[in-house]
Design a protein around this ligand. Sequence first.
Ligand SMILES: Nc1ncnc2c1ncn2[C@@H]1O[C@H](COP(=O)(O)OP(=O)(O)OP(=O)(O)O)[C@@H](O)[C@H]1O
Ligand SMILES: CC(=O)C(=O)O
Ligand SMILES: [K+]
Ligand SMILES: [Mg+2]
Length: 481
Amino acid sequence: MTLPGQKTKIVCTIGPASRSREVLARMILAGMNVARLNLSHGTFDEHRENIRSIRTAAEDAGLPVTILLDLPGPKIRIGTLAQEPMMLQKDETVTLVSAPATDDPALIPVDFEQLPQLVSPGSIIFLSDGFIQLRVDEVAEHEVRAQVVVGGPLLSRKGLSLVGGGGILAVSALTDRDLECIEFGLAEGLDTFSISFIERAEDIRKAREYAARSGKSIRVIAKIERQEALLHLDEILRETDGVMIARGDLGVQIPIEEVPSAQKQIIQKANILGRPVITATQMLMSMTDNIRPTRAEVTDVANAILDGTDAVMLSEETSIGKYPVETVAMMAKIARSTEMKRTSVGTGCNLLDYFRVGRGREKITINDVVSLNVIEALDALGIRFVLTPTRSGNTPRNISRFKPEAWILAFTRNPGTLKFLAFSYGVCPFLIRSEKEYWHGAILDSIRDSELIRPGERVVLTEGVSPGREGTDSLIILTVD
Ligand SMILES: Nc1ncnc2c1ncn2[C@@H]1O[C@H](COP(=O)(O)OP(=O)(O)OP(=O)(O)O)[C@@H](O)[C@H]1O
Ligand SMILES: CC(=O)C(=O)O
Ligand SMILES: [K+]
Ligand SMILES: [Mg+2]
């Protein structure tokens, strides 16, 4: 048993820059915990190959990697360009045509037939999360002519949105394509999906019900990337297994200046319920092309950690960037340094006060009380390890939400629980093979053998898993001999 270098979990989007086994292996060693495959890009064949490579690389490295499949959702995207990048210059006129692809390098295909009905002269179109802006001049039956207001390089399959929140198909968040993607994932033996543009808890239930028809249960990360999701945040958090602050789309769907406060609110509410939360998009964006990040980016990563995020995510940086491995290593370095200073610099959200003296006191559960007591014991006695036998993963997650300095070693027989703990801060999960290994004696034996714990050191153990009992209602503090 060796401990990871940092407690914050690192999610990396895999693409052309990182899909080789060699690069994947180096990213795993640098600290990647979760490989995200964005099913909005590439083909099922490509992703099947990616899944194979990730599994092999993880096996070779001897470290666990969880695969997250990100569903496309009802997002309007441009199609496949004849040449990429297509360089758009300020003031030039461009033509958008409704088509999935084009051979004409002067045209921008848009993978959405009704585009001409959606805009009128004067409408502002954002491409690529708002990096590129166009103003519509003329609308014809199948095409739209527009002037470039802000230019830049455009790549195939980038998102298209309209000022004022347009650019999402008005249908349910879960599209037919998403259902096909769930089926693809289940057939590949995967069960963790992030759902894009969800509006309500109902969207998550639909995905679960769809998987249940094939007798499977799935784990869901709800992507918060539109106003409606913020309005229904409480019901979404209750239903979901985890949550992602998808700042790319969120920053064009709501006023961009509201993204930071939304981030803090989502993190705080997710922490209260013990749902792992991922902060995503543009975290180290400049490392897509440069070997060093900006001060602002480093500060963004550190602040997300201090806000209480469980995981941080890389997108372009690792999917198409020049320095995927260096970016993961930088992320890990920022995380490690920030975690060490977390107590001395203080954090934005004091969850302890929420439960002890705040609104949380009214709704407090026995599990909350136990996790509060664990935190109390860790602090008072300077304990470095909590050992949690768990079936569902709830006990380690409830402790993790307080972002303690101690490591949470989780022991489970359930491979799905193990995989999903890859999203929780400070949790180091281990697979055990029999019911007997849930017993305290067995857990202590394995930890003694690992040499992680010094003889004479105190640890906290949460109650063992026993048949017919739900939740954790006790903890023991003991000295390892
Ligand atoms: N499998 C892939 N193949 C090719 N390019 C990819 C792949 N995955 C990601 N990319 C590139 O990396 C960029 C950033 O990835 P990201 O996952 O954030 O996608 P996105 O297009 O912004 O959409 P989303 O809102 O779904 O995240 C993509 O826009 C795309 O250019
Ligand atoms: C990750 C994602 O979907 C976004 O930032 O929009
Ligand atoms: K997606
Ligand atoms: Mg998005």
